[in-house]
Design a protein around this ligand. Structure first.
Ligand SMILES: Cc1ncc(COP(=O)(O)O)c(C=O)c1O
Length: 384
């Protein structure tokens, strides 16, 4: 278990921010790294060609360590949608085949597949929420529903590790195994779990895995990572920028145009990937996460959400059971539905959560204290 790390963040005492799934705050060290990068760009004569390569290579390595994959399989993306567009451009789909998605999936992981379906004559098949009653309570069992839906017609399964609305969990190992059995590609958007809930790429072996930086990776906005399985390394990037080409280190020789790319997944990097302020921020955040260890983060956040779930149940609210959700994430439901002014009432007291679909989404991190949780429940008891 990790003790409160609030001192590393810039969060006033009177703010109860239980909304990491919306956007994480930045650690002071990450803000300093960003300011350092801006200062460098302010004096560009201090920059030299290696600055376009070294920091990005180091950052690729950090994400690879976090996910247990090779750095050469990691590319930089500006948004989850960009990584998903690369997957969609490269995965073969035939007319009549199916692209399997989850109900109410995040829109960046839906619209792109609708376009693929339009272009190819494939069909988007959306898995409905399947409620499972168990000893621990009622929750969503995505795994059984997915395993049932994946079959001979499936070309692509595009899912997540946990659902963005309420944290309901997908058991990825059996789903990945089933995909391999039927020859379907697996695309994972782990923006709502990467950095807080362990995932081992060696075990899952997805085709593409996408993670935006600004939530559980505690990094900046407009920065993210794309893992690409080696079998797709020869694919088509989304754009054709200069630095992804062979010999781009030689700035004076750039007009000796090259057909060949840099090795591995680098060809898929977004343009201007050197990103002198965002890159060091992402690296600083990843270094701290690796120091804490994702397993310990998950364990600590699971204890926090378990305590919050118990208090929600005492108040007569319904909390998703632990075995069907990711431990860092809690969806809470009000039996009479959610009052439209819930967020406004809480925000007046500087308490921050989200509403997504029918759930109040409570997503703490290591900066949250017991006092934050007390304040949330004092307000809920008084107002609802
Ligand atoms: C599951 C998931 N994926 C991706 C994103 C962000 O998508 P994008 O980077 O395309 O804006 C979010 C934001 O809430 C999300 O919840």
């Amino acid at each position: 278990m990790i003790e409160s790390q609030r001192h590393l963040f810039d969060i006033p005492d009177d703010v109860a921010y239980l909304n990491c799934a919306y956007m994480s705050p930045l650690m002071k060290s990450v803000q300093d790294a960003g300011r350092g990068g801006i200062a460098v760009k302010g004096q560009p004569w201090t920059l030299s060609p290696p600055d376009f390569f070294g920091p990005s290579a180091a950052c690729r390595g950090l994400f690879a360590r976090l996910m247990n994959c090779q750095p050469s399989s990691v590319a930089f993306i500006p948004a989850a949608s960009y990584g998903l567009a690369i997957a969609a451009k490269n995965l073969p789909v035939d007319a009549g085949q199916e692209i399997v998605l989850l109900q109410d999936q995040f829109p960046s992981n839906v619209y792109v597949w609708r376009e693929v379906a339009k272009r190819t004559g494939a069909r988007v098949r959306t898995i409905a929420r399947a409620e499972a009653q168990s000893e621990g309570g009622i929750g969503t069992d995505w795994t059984s529903a997915l395993l049932e839906a994946i079959g001979d017609k499936t070309a692509i399964v595009a899912a997540a590790h946990c659902h963005w609305t309420d944290g309901s969990l997908i058991a990825l190992e059996p789903v990945a195994k089933r995909c391999r059995e039927v020859g379907a590609a697996l695309v994972l958007d782990i923006t709502q779990s990467g950095g807080a809930w362990p995932l081992d790429i060696e075990k899952i072996r997805p085709d593409f895995l996408i993670c935006a930086c600004y939530k559980w990776l505690l990094g900046p906005y407009t920065m993210g990572f794309l893992y690409i399985d080696e079998k797709w390394h020869g694919g088509e990037p989304l754009e054709y920028n200069w630095i992804a080409r062979k010999n781009s280190e030689d700035f004076s020789g750039l007009v000796a145009y090259q057909d060949a790319y840099q090795a591995g997944a680098e060809r898929f990097d977004l343009g201007e990937r050197a990103n002198f302020h965002l890159m060091p921020m992402a690296a600083a955040a990843l270094e701290q996460i690796l120091k804490w260890r994702v397993g310990a983060i998950a364990e600590t956040l699971t204890a926090k959400t378990t305590q919050i779930a118990a208090r929600a149940t005492q108040l007569g609210l319904e909390a998703d059971p632990l075995h069907l959700r990711a431990g860092h994430f809690l969806g809470v439901r009000f039996p009479q539905g959610i009052r439209p002014d819930l967020l406004e009432v809480l925000a007046r007291e500087k308490i921050y959560v989200s509403v997504r679909g029918s759930a109040m989404r409570i997503t703490p991190h290591l900066y949250n204290t017991d006092d934050d949780v007390d304040r949330l429940f004092d307000a809920l008891k008084r107002e609802f």
